[in-house]
Design a protein around this ligand. Structure first.
Ligand code: 6PG
Length: 242
């Protein structure tokens, strides 16, 4: 595993963890999540965890489904959601339930789904109250798109930074209407993990490493950011780094 430490400012240290393949990455990230949960529960009696959407985290969620933890202490939130019917297979919440939460011992009342089926504006208002009551988060899990977006924060889209949660319209990744935690809410976290796999993500990773202010590059936990990437996405970006 290579580690490349690039520091762009206090609390903005980015640590790059190259994993040989997706299975190893999923196992490594699952272990890290369980470690973070143990630390949080020991310190504060609760683990406040923001889930990533998309397809990359599914392998991690499936491993969590087989793991042991003090699930009653877990509080689950979502980093973003697509404005689709609540049971639509393309929903991030449906993906998380099918790969992990449906069979888990996490109490249903601890799983805070974004009501995106009610429309972006209404759902963002409702979810902001939940997010503001929960912050700071212990762990935020994120993915990254080929354009460097994360959650539903897309390049070239401006948002009211006073909002914890944004209503997103005209998203370039369907569906156009979404709900997303904003930059400040995502940064209000002890740890941030970004999962990036596959060669299609290499170009955005290169832009990130070159210092481009991509949406994903603006998200930093209090302890910096840990990027877990597989060799396909890395493709030599961190090879040979001390
Ligand atoms: C979504 C996600 C989005 C995702 C990236 C990566 O709603 O699609 O929130 O931010 O994490 O687009 O998606 P993949 O993991 O499918 O590549």
């Amino acid at each position: 595993m290579n580690r490349f430490r690039s520091t762009t400012g206090p609390g903005e240290t980015v640590r790059w963890h190259v994993q040989p393949d997706v299975d190893t990455l999923a196992a490594t990230v699952c272990s890290r999540i369980l470690h973070e949960s143990g630390q949080a529960i020991a310190a504060r009696g609760v683990f406040r965890f923001v889930l990533a959407g998309g397809s990359t985290p599914q392998a991690v969620y499936r491993r969590l489904a087989d793991a042991g933890a003090d699930w009653s202490r877990w509080q689950i939130y979502f980093g973003d959601e697509r404005c689709l019917p609540a049971d639509d297979a393309e929903r991030n919440s449906v993906m998380a339930f099918r790969s992990w939460l449906a069979g888990s011992a996490v109490p249903a009342g601890n799983i805070h789904v974004i009501p995106a089926e009610q429309g972006a504006a209404s759902a963002a208002r409702q979810y902001a109250a939940i997010v503001d009551a929960a912050r700071p988060f212990d762990l935020v899990l994120l993915g990254m798109g080929e354009d460097g977006h994360t959650a539903s924060l897309f390049p070239g889209q401006a948002h009211d930074t006073s909002e914890s949660v944004h209503a997103v319209h005209d998203a370039p990744k369907p569906p156009a209407d979404r709900v997303s935690l904003g930059e400040h809410a995502l940064n209000d976290a002890r740890s941030v993990l970004v999962l990036v796999t596959g060669q299609t993500k290499h170009a955005a990773l290169e832009r990130w490493k070159q210092g481009e202010e991509l949406p994903v590059a603006r998200i930093h936990g209090q302890a910096g950011t840990d990027v877990y990437l597989d060799r396909s996405a890395d493709n030599g970006l961190t090879a040979g780094v001390a």
